[in-house]
Design a protein around this ligand. Sequence first.
Ligand code: F6R
Length: 369
Amino acid sequence: EKGGWSSFMRKEVSEQPDAVANTIRGRITDGVVAIPELEGFGDDALRDIRRITVVACGTAAYAGMVAKYAIEQWARIPVEVELSHEFRYRDPVIDEHTLVVSISQSGETMDTLMAVKYAREQGARAISVCNTQGATIPRESDAVVYTHAGPEVAVASTKAFVAQITALYLFGLHLARVRGTLSDARLAEQVEELQAVPEKIGTVLEQADRVGELAHWMSDTRSVLFLGRHVGYPIALEGALKLKELAYIHAEGFAAGELKHGPIALIEPGQPVFVVVPSPRHSANLHPKVVSNIQEIRARGARVIAIAEAGDAAVLPFADEVIRIPLAAPLFEPLLAVVPLQIFAMELSQAKGLDVDQPRNLAKSVTVE
Ligand code: F6R
């Protein structure tokens, strides 16, 4: 089943261009996003939404965090992202104008299932983003937008993550069209960006060997930090989660802006820090802020591995290593920047002789609360 690959994870990481392309298929016609599965839900219902609450766990919750930036920007609806197990038990404010969007690869995660059931009992409508046909969470929802990543066997989620972001972005663009919050020209730009993602992920995958070498040099490392900002922040969290679960190394992700509010105290000579650098073209001008974060941690001896856009020369004087991602509009960078972090965790796990497909203490789907 591994078809010549040394692990399912390696196979699934390499399948990410297809996971994105297959999730897009059938949902963009003549440059216009229309998700057929949402027809039954109805455009009036989509116009009626005042608030979106995303419920998910682990990697799926990070996909939700990425999508929050896009959906708020495109569709101008407030989006909150909640861990399913926290949402359910804190008397959340939900009503019939709340749309609950659950994200689950397996569609069987008990925490998320309970959150969806609870929200619907309170009158909310529920859409499920799921990778498994006919699973329980989609059956308990009003509509389902399937990700078409194909079966994910490795315990660590990789191709499902990029497919989740893709499905949520399609949903955000669908909403923006129905609600009239983006001009046709802006919608068309986003569609083009999305359609270019599979090939760009392919370009990132070509650097796998370099990332692998980096992981092998670092196989004695006891702690790794990850920094990101804006959509790079959930990617930092995801990079840290992958490293914890696959290589059993202490890892933490931070919002780069939070550094001076505490985490910078952790920086000591030799501390490896991955930094997801926003594009210099980012409209909020976050690039110089993150470059100055890099300078601050470098001055304290951190070993900086920057994930930066091709041609971004500002990081060169301060980073020990630079991993390049192709140019993309800022909201689409997470789909590229996550790939080297997945590969890093996978290679470090293998360098330590661990079972990358079956990390200790973990199950592929968590069907108990
Ligand atoms: C991380 C990972 C988990 C899952 C989480 C949710 O690599 O696999 O964090 O993302 O358990 O699982 P699903 O998406 O099946 O609900």
